[in-house]
Write a protein that binds this ligand. Structure first.
Ligand SMILES: NC(=O)c1ccc[n+]([C@@H]2O[C@H](COP(=O)([O-])OP(=O)(O)OC[C@H]3O[C@@H](n4cnc5c(N)ncnc54)[C@H](O)[C@@H]3O)[C@@H](O)[C@H]2O)c1
Length: 441
């Protein structure tokens, strides 16, 4: 099929590359000229395992191209997939300006039937706005081409995005038009060979499903973080509790990890947008409000523990940080808990030496102006002159480090572990002070 993907970010690039890999002819549009130039030079602007090879082989096969040419992108695809960003607006609601701009472009240049598919995470009612934007643009041209707007929210996870796209748990299709549904079935057929994964529903239900899914996952995280903080206060061990409750199949082990709070480009903004939708509907979501409140506090948990150990005033102290990305296997630092920790340390007068296996370049852009934060290229470099080490992201390479080397390099042999990567007894046996989350210290 001829497919246009509008917005070539984390979602758009993965979607475009995977659809091309299934044999479709894909046109990836972005307004960011620099991004498109890099892609056309063979550079992948994001860190996403497995993506580079797929992009390369499909570009070489002529099935995947990158461009800033809006009229050509509209002309290309019978399916127009909108995958632009929906950042939080000032009141927490999703800012739809990019989605509407994309819809307007389709309306401005379309010539014949199009299925306009919203993959971006958008509030309930957005499909109606997309439809109206297309109609408005067509009216200006005195045209009335037929089109359908479909909600097809994306559930891929950064760090495992290719795998998630290629083997989805479910594909939500919100539509009421048989022709459009048939086209989406055809588009996704290669990704559901062993069983049907498409769930067709109303457009509004599809839009809400995405927010409900992210809010549920965020709820599990905040719940575990609160139980972890309680466990720590009353002498229980959250890792034992986690195994104890995860073994119940109604609960399961996934998304039960206590830590430094959730971040990233999705959960924080989606939780806010859902709160906004609910408030506007006169049905505030008390559980979701609490999830956000708990998360905001949890992002500061390592900062508290460090100040508890070293004093409120940290002038002259330096802290090593391992992990800046909001989670492992991505370079995405949007709303990363590492940023809250760095803020806390710097505000208390400390300096920071930070290392991340993939987010170093991103971090350097964020901290170019800062004299207090140095981004270093290797994990052990971060420890040079540092008083203690804080671990913020659960990268595989941090799981079994050289503890003797860490102990030797740090002024105080203390590890503040925001991801519970280590066995407390083993660390203590090596003479290290260990401060995990929700465990005896
Ligand atoms: N990142 C994720 O893990 C993830 C997962 C599921 C859903 N989502 C949702 O998908 C959407 C996109 O997220 P992302 O992380 O890929 O965003 P992103 O910021 O990485 O990419 C968005 C891209 O859209 C481009 N763009 C903006 N307006 C445009 C326009 N009018 N025409 C063409 N291109 C335009 C931007 O230049 C940017 O490259 C968001 O709604 C997000 O909530 C993201």
């Amino acid at each position: 099929m001829n497919v246009t993907v509008i917005g070539t970010g984390y979602v758009g690039l993965v979607t475009g590359a995977c659809l091309a890999d299934a044999g479709n002819n894909v046109f990836c549009l972005d307004l960011d000229q620099n991004k498109i130039a890099r892609l056309n030079r063979g550079e992948i602007p994001i860190f996403e395992p497995g993506l580079e090879a797929i992009v390369k082989r499909n570009e070489e096969a002529g099935r995947l191209r990158f461009s800033t040419d809006v009229p050509a992108s509209v002309a290309h695809g019978e399916l127009q997939l909108i995958a632009v960003g929906t950042p939080p607006g000032e009141d927490g609601s999703a800012d739809l300006q990019h989605v509407i701009a994309a819809a307007r472009s389709v309306g401005r240049y379309m010539d014949g039937y199009k299925v306009v598919v919203t993959k971006s995470t958008v509030p309930v009612g957005t499909a109606d706005k997309v439809k109206q934007a297309i109609i408005d643009e067509q009216k200006k041209r005195h045209l009335g081409n037929d089109f359908t707007v479909v909600s097809n929210p994306e559930f891929l996870k950064e760090g495992a995005a290719v795998e998630d796209f290629m083997r989805p748990d479910r594909i939500i299709v919100g539509a009421d038009d048989a022709r459009a549904i048939a086209m989406l079935r055809q588009l996704y057929a290669p990704f559901q060979r062993n069983r049907e994964r498409i769930i067709v529903m109303s457009v509004r239900s599809a839009e809400l499903t995405k927010y409900a899914a992210n809010a549920m996952l965020a709820t599990r995280i905040s719940f575990m973080n609160e139980i972890a903080n309680l466990a720590e206060a009353i002498g229980a061990d959250i890792e034992e509790v986690r195994r104890g409750i995860g073994s119940d199949p109604r609960i399961g082990y996934q998304f039960l990890y206590p830590g430094v709070g959730f971040g990233g480009s999705c959960f924080p903004k989606d939780v806010k947008a859902l709160q906004r939708t609910a408030a506007d509907a006169g049905r505030p979501l008390r559980v979701v409000n609490a999830v956000e409140e708990v998360n905001e506090a949890q992002k500061h948990v390592l900062g508290f523990k460090i100040r508890d150990r070293f004093g409120q005033q940290l002038r002259g102290k330096c802290f090593a940080i391992w992990g800046l990305a909001f989670k492992a296997n991505t370079d995405d630092m949007r709303e990363a808990p590492s940023l809250a920790l760095i803020d806390d340390l710097v505000a208390a007068g400390a300096t920071v030496r930070a290392y991340d296996p993939a987010a170093g370049t991103e971090a350097k852009k964020l901290f170019t102006e800062s004299r207090n934060v140095t981004i270093v290229p290797h994990a052990m470099d971060a420890l040079e002159g540092a008083d203690a080490l804080a671990i913020v992201t659960e990268w595989q390479e941090f799981r079994s480090p050289d503890f003797a080397g860490i102990k030797q390099a740090l002024k105080t042999p203390a590890i503040f572990d925001g991801r519970n990567l280590y066995d407390p007894a083993a660390l203590r046996a090596q003479g290290l002070e260990y401060y995990p989350i929700g465990r005896k210290q």
